[in-house]
Design a protein. Sequence first.
Length: 62
Amino acid sequence: MNGGDEAAAFIRAMVGVSRENFEAALDLIDQRYGSLSAYIENQLGFSREEQQQLRTKYLTAE
């Protein structure tokens, strides 16, 4: 499974999940990988620069 497939699976798993379960998943990621950014970089293969590009694209207020 490549990083893109894992990313898609992660996104599908987060859609429709309760806030409590979402926060538990983030806590688990922090425990296992140190941070969400480290997980995205080391497990999914997105560089820090690519992560910033995604933040800029998807986390801007319109």
